[in-house]
Design a protein around this ligand. Structure first.
Ligand SMILES: Cc1cc2nc3c(=O)[nH]c(=O)nc-3n(C[C@H](O)[C@H](O)[C@H](O)COP(=O)(O)OP(=O)(O)OC[C@H]3O[C@@H](n4cnc5c(N)ncnc54)[C@H](O)[C@@H]3O)c2cc1C
Length: 369
């Protein structure tokens, strides 16, 4: 790897782009490793000084408080946090260009730039922090507005339930089946709870934004990446193709994790759960590089459960196999909601603990890779 032939005093510069769940996990896990600290410099490029808790965005529709956490409070203090937007990766010169500021040299670069909405004109997305205010503005004083949530995935279901519980007139629409990612029992439970909250559930309907109706778009997210020069391989939907070591086959100095990556693991879904585990695996691989030890033999990540909020007093927890197939009991009601709250709280706790002790987050293993 590129570390070969470097002087013994060379500190490997690992540049991580994007401080979401994946990037923050990777940065903390590397930086807090006691044997790596003196051998590496970890630089984390973040578009803002906060980590956005995307998994809480729908709940922030009815508060004025943004679901963000200050990055310095989450990061290992040795991490060099660079606030800025990466605009390109110059592979020949080995630097990351920023929209503002000097280029940042790297030995290894990790793309953890997440995803964004594919909302068409006339619809409002719920994907990032900037989406909250336009949605709040539409919702204020408009209790009679009809709201159509397009996309019956887990984000759509959570958003529809949250708004229906606030007594908005909500319809959730999917071109296939609402909750198709859930197992049959869980899907039925989710539909029942949505209807109980007064939400209309419409399957098999392709729709576009209509005047006089607030359309919230949750149907499909597009990866966000930083262009590489020369380019590296991407999947048909624009994610960075990576091998089982989460490295680009075009350039092994480039790692990609989280929503922006396409690892050879078809069971992986864009999620906070995948992002945390992929961030941890990437860190372990980069640590083994620096220490010149063999990389982890199993780099596969997976799942234990799907956890969905259905309003503030009800949730749904569905057990799944490591490759994400429903395989056990479905928990509903207040207990499931409490589990969901616990998981959301743990998410940032896991990052904080990782900042203190490398390896404290236990990777959720999937099928071996
Ligand atoms: C409303 C909603 C609810 C959700 N609920 C759940 C849930 O309950 N459970 C679950 O598992 N998943 C959930 N998800 C999905 C989950 O949030 C994402 O899959 C997860 O955030 C992906 O993590 P990530 O680290 O890959 O990317 P992100 O969390 O998106 O982080 C990427 C970061 O990179 C930054 N960035 C991007 N480009 C650049 C650049 N050029 N330079 C510098 N910084 C850059 C972005 O600003 C962002 O901070 C939900 C998503 C939404 C929108």
């Amino acid at each position: 790897m590129c570390l070969m032939g470097m002087s013994p005093t060379h500190r490997t510069t690992i540049v991580i782009i994007g401080a979401g769940y994946a990037g923050t996990m990777a940065a903390n896990r590397i930086a807090s490793h006691p044997m790596v600290t003196t051998l590496t410099r970890v630089r984390l490029i973040s578009a803002s000084a906060h980590l956005v808790e995307r998994i809480r965005l729908h709940e922030a529709l009815r508060t004025e408080e943004d679901p963000v956490r200050s990055l310095p409070e989450l990061l290992n203090p040795t991490i060099d946090l660079v606030i800025g937007r990466a605009t390109s990766i110059d592979r020949k010169r080995g630097v990351v260009h920023l929209s503002d500021g000097d280029p940042i040299p790297f030995d290894q670069v990790v793309l953890a730039t997440g995803s964004t909405s594919r909302a068409p004109a006339g619809a409002l997305p719920i994907s990032g922090i900037a989406d909250l205010q336009p949605l709040r503005d539409e919702l204020v004083g408009s209790s009679h507005t009809r709201i159509r949530v397009v996309g019956g995935g887990l984000t759509g279901i959570e958003t529809a339930a949250e708004l229906a519980e606030q007594r908005f007139d909500v319809e959730i629409v999917d071109s296939g089946t609402v909750g198709s990612h859930l197992g049959a029992r869980a899907r039925k439970q989710a539909s029942r709870q949505l209807r109980r909250l007064g939400c209309t559930v419409t399957d098999n309907h392709m729709c576009q934004p209509e005047p006089g109706m607030l359309t919230i778009w949750t149907a499909g997210f597009a990866p966000v990446t930083v262009p590489c020069d020369p380019p590296v391989s991407t999947s048909s939907d624009g994610r960075i193709v990576v091998n089982r070591f989460l490295r680009s086959p075009t350039d092994p100095r480039i790692t990609a994790i989280g929503d922006c990556a396409a690892p050879p693991a078809p069971h992986l879904r864009p999620s906070c759960a995948s992002a945390l585990s992929l961030g941890a695996v990437a860190a372990d691989i980069l640590i083994s590089d620096v220490l010149k030890t063999p990389p982890p033999s199993n780099t596969g990540v997976g799942y234990v459960m799907r956890c969905v909020s259905l309003g503030r007093n009800c949730g749904l927890v569905e057990h799944v196999s490591p490759d994400d197939v429903p395989n056990g009991p479905v928990l509903t009601g207040r207990t499931a909601r409490r589990v969901k709250d616990w998981v959301m709280d743990r998410t940032t706790q896991w990052l904080i603990e990782e900042a203190q002790r490398s390896g404290s987050y236990r990777i959720v293993r999937g099928p071996a890779q």
